[in-house]
Ligand binder design. Structure first.
Ligand SMILES: NC(=O)C1=CN([C@@H]2O[C@H](COP(=O)(O)OP(=O)(O)OC[C@H]3O[C@@H](n4cnc5c(N)ncnc54)[C@H](O)[C@@H]3O)[C@@H](O)[C@H]2O)C=CC1
Ligand SMILES: O=C(CO)COP(=O)(O)O
Length: 333
């Protein structure tokens, strides 16, 4: 068990994770970059912007500058994926990470252009440090309210995966371990575009059959691209894969699902993004994953259509028509 941790990122998931670690008995430094918000949190014990009704336990210390952090044995990264590289470099230049630190990514995404997962980015900055990822069907809104949930911790070092499992296990949070860290991360990143697709399908008024077919074929794409990227097939049938895919494709908590719903109802992406205060990783992830699929020669017809809707001005109806007019194929090939 670890005794203290730093959580970087004071959004919905960071808030839920900080509260979980405190409930497990850890002292938590909770970093958010908004000075006023963090100062207010120290007094009200509430995050005034995300999960506003959740009490922030006394063991959580809100901090609004990286310079004010002290080194901790566990550093949890939970900002949007596009901030990961810069934040890791800053932590390094401040001397807040050494060889005994464990770095855990709870963000879900793949870096644009390089196709690197979050732990690969962390490993690039800190080659001697143990890196891990936690992923699964984990809506912050439910976990913060102590509603039963489960996740998987991926780490190449099985002993460390078990330590992290112990650190996060709570009566309402069941943690599994895996040594397939890349699979866990690819699964967590890939479900995002498909949650947008499921939202689009709902927004278009399609029925349960269509969405079940979409989720099933999405899983096939996740396995193809995830395995080509270093993950193991069985991981995609686990919590970080099918578990998170189902949770986000069917849940109204999902920001990705909501983006898709509004697209399917005819709103433009720029209009939707202009009104969003929270990150929908599927929007940048569609671009980064689509580039990876093209670069690796992996067939991803659903991802291609989400990409066309988001970035090539294709209408959702046209994308649907195209999906159904493709040549017939065997289900498994
Ligand atoms: N919300 C959820 O239920 C879950 C979210 N995730 C993942 O966790 C990550 C974060 O998501 P949320 O907390 O939901 O996002 P959010 O939109 O609720 O909050 C993001 C937070 O990150 C902060 N931030 C952005 N760039 C930053 C930087 N450079 N330095 C410091 N802070 C920065 C923002 O100010 C904001 O407080 C995403 O990758 C998401 O996919 C994973 C599991 C569950
Ligand atoms: O990853 C999540 C739940 O597991 C959160 O999904 P959204 O980012 O779509 O809200």
């Amino acid at each position: 068990m670890m005794e203290s941790a730093t959580v970087l990122g004071a959004g919905s998931w960071g808030t839920a994770l900080a509260a979980m670690l405190a409930a497990r008995g850890l002292r938590v430094q909770f970093y958010g970059r908004d000075e006023a918000l963090m100062a207010e949190m120290a007094v009200t014990r509430r995050n005034g912007r995300y999960l506003t009704d959740v009490e922030i336990p006394a063991e959580v210390e809100p901090v609004s500058s990286l310079q004010a952090l002290r080194p901790a044995p566990l550093v949890v990264f939970v900002t949007p994926s596009k901030s990961m590289a810069a934040l890791a470099a800053e932590m390094g230049s401040l001397g807040l990470v050494d060889e005994s630190t464990v770095l855990l990514s709870c963000s879900k995404g793949v870096e644009l252009g390089t196709g690197r997962c979050m732990t690969e980015i962390l490993h690039g900055v800190f080659p001697q440090v143990t890196v891990a990822a936690l992923s699964g069907p984990n809506h912050a809104e439910e976990i913060a309210r102590r509603m039963p949930s489960a996740a998987v911790v991926g780490c190449l070092d099985e002993g460390m995966a078990i330590r992290l499992q112990q650190t996060f296990s709570l009566p309402w949070f069941r943690c599994y371990t895996s040594t397939d860290v890349l699979g866990v991360e690819w699964a967590g990143a890939m479900k995002n575009p498909y949650a947008i697709a499921a939202g689009i399908a709902k927004g278009l008024g399609l029925g349960d059959n269509a969405i079940a077919a979409l989720v099933t074929r999405a899983l096939a794409e996740m396995v193809r691209l995830g395995v080509a990227s270093g993950g193991r097939t069985e991981t995609f049938y686990g919590l970080s894969g099918v578990g998170d895919l189902v949770a986000t494709c069917y849940s109204e908590h999902s920001r990705n699902h909501r983006v898709g719903l509004m697209l399917g109802q005819g709103r433009s992406l720029s209009d939707i993004m202009g009104g969003m205060r929270m990150v929908a990783e599927g929007v940048p992830n569609t671009e980064s994953l689509w580039l990876c699929a093209r670069g690796r020669g992996v067939r991803t017809p659903l991802l291609d259509e989400v990409h066309a809707v988001l970035y090539e001005q294709k209408s959702p109806r046209e994308a649907l028509r195209e999906l159904f007019s493709r040549d017939p194929r065997p289900e498994v090939d």
